[in-house]
Ligand binder design. Structure first.
Ligand code: ATP
Ligand code: MG
Length: 395
């Protein structure tokens, strides 16, 4: 039996005249994400995207699983393909939907006829298919208001028969809202922030600050593992690892201890600005949440934002830790995040960090540093790798 995947796009539908551009981007993302599972044709057809396996090697189970994590999709379902012929539809429907209908108590049939040349009208198709299903599954009753299973028969270029539609990942197609730099640490919050902003249609570019030998290769590996999980939703991510040791040592040697963290965060933001310029990104994303740690007070966040040249998105800002953890479990990053490896934020942590830093005091303290030289050397030492849901890729 031939099977296809039917996809309904989500919020894209609100985009009016831009709709077609958004749909093209969604199709492109779907193509990119499922090509590893074989040869599929992907085409738009009247507010539906139809994914058709081109040969028997195309792995439809894996493609459906992947599609469940592609943003921009409101719902999706597998469907059996029949000729536009009632006998064939009646033959295929009970066999194809057997498992779903065996486990249901109530159902209804909905027919959609986009091919107006088909000899029967929609209510007639529904009635005939419904009758056949009642005959094949005598335990079922019809419930038009709140059925366990809605059987849909769509008459288009072929006849498509399907059961309940599954809920898609929602959001907007990645890339449709532009590109942003993700400041990724090994913690719980930044991978969650990544997921949330990718869902809003941003394409992610990663930046991670490493301070060897204070931070180990194992903690960089942890960031790779986290992004491998995030890429299951966002698609590929180019990760830029910035050598941060010299900057941290210079801060430690030349600045007041209570300002270490805030000055370090301002350097992260400056380097993120530089990378944004060269990677065509127009925002920064961080996992900060107000009041979680000393650097996340309003004044401390204000001092960081004072050097940011692009908007800083902090999608976790209004969330409790438990809410953030719930998402990190869902996207499977939690168990990786809690592995105990040091982050550059946890080396040289001041004993008494200033929670109400004054921007003028901070700027004054930074005068002891060659800001441009430090940033340029760190920038020149950036290493880039490509990460997909399959892990680190050779470029
Ligand atoms: P997370 O759980 O994401 O580490 P956190 O609550 O531990 O966040 P901080 O460690 O203060 O808070 O970091 C706040 C944010 O700064 C992180 O969410 C991340 O966006 C960014 N950040 C921190 N350390 C790094 C790093 N080594 N490289 C890149 N970004 C970092
Ligand atoms: Mg952290």
């Amino acid at each position: 039996m031939n099977e296809i995947i039917l996809i309904k796009d989500g919020e894209i539908a609100l985009k009016g005249l831009n709709r077609s551009t958004f749909e093209d981007m969604l199709c492109k993302n779907i193509r990119q994400r499922i090509k590893k599972f074989g040869n599929f044709e992907i085409k738009k057809s009247q507010s539906t995207i139809i994914v058709t396996p081109k040969d028997e090697y195309a792995d439809i189970d894996s493609a459906v699983d992947e599609i469940s994590r592609v943003f921009g999709i409101a719902g999706y379902s597998r469907a059996a393909v029949a000729e536009k012929d009632m006998d064939q539809i009646l033959e295929i429907a009970p066999v194809y939907l057997e498992e779903q209908l065996e486990n249901a108590k109530t159902f209804k049939v909905e027919a959609k006829r986009s091919d107006k040349k088909f000899p029967l009208k929609s209510p007639e198709i529904s009635a005939i298919v419904g009758e056949k299903l009642l005959e094949s599954f005598p335990h079922l009753t019809v419930d038009v208001k709140n059925p366990d299973i809605t059987v849909t028969v769509e008459i288009r270029e072929k006849a498509y028969i399907r059961g309940n539609q599954l809920k898609g990942a929602g959001g907007m197609p990645c890339g449709s809202s532009g590109r942003a730099l993700l400041l990724i640490s090994g913690g719980i919050d930044s991978p969650v922030a990544a997921y949330m902003m990718a869902k809003r249609g941003l394409q992610l570019v990663g930046i991670h600050f490493a301070s060897p030998p204070y931070t180990s290769l194992r903690s960089e590996q942890k960031v790779h593992d986290l992004l491998t999980k995030v890429a299951r939703y966002s698609g590929r991510i180019y990760l830029h690892t910035v050598p941060f040791t010299e900057i941290q040592e210079m801060i430690r040697e030349n600045c007041p201890e209570e300002l270490f963290t805030i000055i370090m965060r301002r350097f992260m933001m400056r380097l993120s600005n530089m990378l944004a310029d060269s990677t065509d990104c127009h925002a920064h994303i961080t996992g900060e949440s107000v009041a979680q740690v000393a650097s996340q007070t309003l004044l401390a966040i204000g001092c960081t934002d004072a050097v940011a040249e692009y908007p800083v998105f902090r999608p976790c800002v209004g969330m409790d830790k438990q809410e953030i953890i719930a998402i990190s479990r869902k996207i499977e990053t939690f168990d990786i995040s809690i592995q105990p490896f040091e982050d550059c934020c946890t080396v040289f942590t001041p004993r008494h960090p200033k929670t109400k830093p004054d921007i003028h005091t901070v700027e004054e303290a930074e005068k002891a540093l060659d800001i441009d030289g430090l940033c340029q050397r760190a920038f020149d030492g950036i290493k880039r790798i490509c990460i997909t849901a399959e892990g680190v890729q050779d470029e």
